[in-house]
Write a protein that binds this ligand. Structure first.
Ligand SMILES: [Zn+2]
Length: 675
């Protein structure tokens, strides 16, 4: 029998034939596809002809075509509809795929061809896009060490392999500390806790076999506990345990691991010819340099700190009014901030929910895309991996643009969170290939016959992921490696976070936020409270975030500190960290930075994107119309269609006429004028 993954897919738009694929088909298909990829790479590397862009770079772009097709289908399933077999397959594929990736990046004959082309780039008569793909390909090889030989190559390989062990150990220690600690709550210890927190504490108690409710260090339990518990002594205990994760001494202590990690990252950067790890890491980002990151963070720091200090005064008064003396402490902040929020922006989720129906919010996201970019959406029948999955054909002026797939409801087999992925990305190699884009969310599924209702956060998530989807769907490039969302990490959240702004446009909510039973639009007062609550306590949130980002940057921008805890203390001292706020992630549990290097000297990028999305939406406000056609057209032509074909900073300047400034972000967070 033929393996359906390896045949031509005779389905609408070439969607994966999920109705014919069995789990047992994946492993053999991946083996066949990997062999095909290896044969393709060998053919390129050993080609007797002199290197040309076509026989080397274009050939590399298409070398993994079959593998991409098989894995596109597999990872859609593994993330959104897993089972034991698919989890086992994931574990089986990971080392095979990383071994293949290493073979390619360590293939010296292949790199020699790429380098020849790179050295001749001025005389090859390449298009701008081809020059960019050549630069990125060459840079990718260089950054993974292709230019090194002998002892240096060995040292780099050793550093990388030790770093991956350290990253895994760091995460496992952190999880062990999170799992081992819990605080039993007696009958007197529940005061102030709302029912949902007690229910979560009871469930946690069952899991820990504690014979009653407990507080654990899981964010979804400890944060509401700190918000609501009237017991200051217990809040302190829980808060201190939360802050001590990874720093409890003994086998699970992460502090020595952090020091070793920073030292090895420095070694790695120096072997590759960079002064320090931050320079190495930021080279591929829009920010470009540590100085640019520091500059942005410090521009936000001063007003955020001023706002937090003003808030701290109010919260301290509330603490004293409760009969406590002395300063406001970190375990008091969330508690008094919650009390104050209730006074200022009381928002009853139950009152709000009927106005935010899933189907109406999907319509709203589509409607904005129609008004901005002329896209139209028609329901599409075809094979899906789960009955809850919905599909639409996306067209413009009657021409096919993409297939959009929405998988909105939570289920046990789905990993948590929300994401956008493409089972197929846009390219023009081998025909006009249009994308298949998936948005996956975890919204509560309603009872049969009832409409699905969202929280405001859910609705934002829906718009956010749809913004990523637009980045894929409107992509208009030739080469796959720079298609859609294949852009710098600190640029990739721009389209998604920008799209969230249209949810807040009053005319959008007026049209689509209608009551599930009565069809009446959301009352203005409720709307105002909803939007007010979304930006509450931003001084605190910004301070705890920016402090973490500054420490992350300081760790990597200069000689590796022998004692990271001392370095952390020094940075916090320098910026004048407020007494009642601590870093969002202190070093011993800063998984973004130490459990792998994804966000190392990159934790700033969340804020970088937010600066850009606020500044970019301001372009529409300046034009006087959130749907201004010229601005929308410019957004598509510069940012949304270009993928990674142009440097991110250049794309942004093409859209906005200048680099982003922090003013719109400070205004959006309610921090303007606080400095
Ligand atoms: Zn995102």
């Amino acid at each position: 029998m033929t393996n359906p993954l390896l045949t031509t897919w005779d389905t609408p738009f070439g969607l994966p034939p999920f109705d014919q694929i069995a789990d047992a088909d994946f492993a053999p298909a991946v083996d066949v596809a990997l062999q095909q990829s290896r044969d393709n790479i060998a053919a390129i590397a050993q080609n007797a002809d002199v290197p040309t862009f076509d026989n080397t770079i274009t050939a590399l772009e298409t070398a993994d075509e079959l593998l991409g097709r098989v894995l596109g289908a597999f990872y859609a399933l593994a993330g959104a509809d897993s089972n034991a077999a698919r989890e086992e397959l994931q574990r089986e594929f990971a080392p095979k795929l990383s071994a293949y990736a290493s073979e390619v990046s360590e293939n010296t004959a292949l790199f020699a061809r790429v380098k020849t082309l790179w050295d001749q780039r001025e005389t090859l008569d390449l298009t701008d896009e081809q020059q960019r793909v050549l630069m990125l390909t060459h840079r990718g090889f260089v950054r993974s060490g292709a230019q090194l030989s002998g002892d240096d190559a060995t040292a780099l390989r050793d550093a990388k392999s030790r770093l991956s062990v350290l990253g895994t150990d760091f995460m496992q220690n952190l999880l062990a500390d999170e799992r081992s600690w819990f605080l039993p709550l007696g009958p007197d210890d529940l005061t102030g806790l709302p029912d949902f927190v007690i229910a979560t504490a009871n469930a946690a108690g069952v899991e820990k076999a504690a014979g009653g409710p407990v507080v654990t260090l899981s964010r979804s339990l400890i944060v509401p506990f700190l918000q609501f518990s009237d017991r200051r002594d217990l809040r302190e205990k829980a808060y201190e345990a939360w802050g001590a994760r990874g720093a409890n001494g003994g086998e699970t202590d992460n502090r020595a691991l952090a020091a070793e990690t920073l030292k090895l990252r420095e070694t790695r950067a120096k072997l590759l010819g960079y002064d320090n790890f931050a320079n190495f890491k930021l080279e591929t980002e829009m920010a470009g340099t540590p100085a640019a990151v520091n500059d942005l963070l410090m521009q936000v720091w001063a007003p955020a700190k001023a706002a937090a200090e003003a808030d701290a005064k109010v919260l301290t008064q509330m603490l004293h009014a409760d009969g406590f003396e002395g300063p406001l402490e970190p375990w008091d902040w969330r508690y008094y901030a919650e009390k104050r929020r209730k006074e200022l922006h009381d928002l009853d989720e139950a009152e709000l929910k009927p106005y935010l129906q899933l189907d109406r919010m999907i319509e709203a996201a589509f409607s904005c895309a129609t008004r901005l970019f002329g896209l139209e959406f028609a329901p599409l029948e075809g094979p899906t991996y789960h009955p809850d999955v919905r599909m639409w054909e996306v067209t413009r002026n009657g021409a096919h643009v993409a297939v959009f797939i929405g998988d909105y409801f939570a289920r046990g087999a789905k990993r948590s969170g929300a994401w956008c992925s493409a089972m197929r990305v846009q390219t023009r190699i081998g025909g006009d290939i249009r994308p298949h884009v998936v948005n996956v969310c975890n919204f509560a599924k309603p009872e049969e016959g009832k409409p699905a209702l969202l929280s405001y956060d859910d609705a934002r998530t829906l718009f956010h992921e749809f913004g990523h989807a637009l980045h894929q769907m409107l992509s208009d490039v030739t080469y796959e490696s720079i298609s859609g969302t294949s852009v710098a990490r600190d640029f990739v959240e721009l389209p998604s976070q920008l799209y969230e702004h249209w949810l807040e446009v009053p005319e959008v909510l007026a049209e689509f936020a209608t009551h599930a039973d009565t069809g009446v639009p959301m009352p203005q007062d409720l709307l105002d409270r909803m939007l007010g609550a979304a930006t509450y306590d931003m001084g605190f949130q910004t301070v705890e975030y920016v402090a973490s980002a500054l420490v992350d940057l300081a760790f990597h921008n200069g000689p590796a500190p022998a004692d990271p805890m001392q370095k952390q203390a020094q940075v916090l001292e320098q910026i004048g960290m407020p007494h009642a706020i601590r870093m969002r992630h202190a070093t011993p549990h800063f998984a973004h930075v130490f459990a792998g290097d994804g966000y190392s000297s990159g934790y700033y990028s969340y804020m970088w994107s937010e600066v850009m999305d606020a500044d970019a939406f301001d372009a529409f406000e300046e034009a006087g119309d959130p749907f201004d056609p010229d601005t929308a057209k410019r957004l598509e032509e510069t940012v949304l269609s270009s993928g990674g074909s142009v440097d991110a900073a250049d794309l942004y300047v093409a859209f906005r006429g200048r680099l982003p400034g922090v003013d719109a972000l400070l205004k959006g967070r309610g921090l303007a004028g606080s400095a």
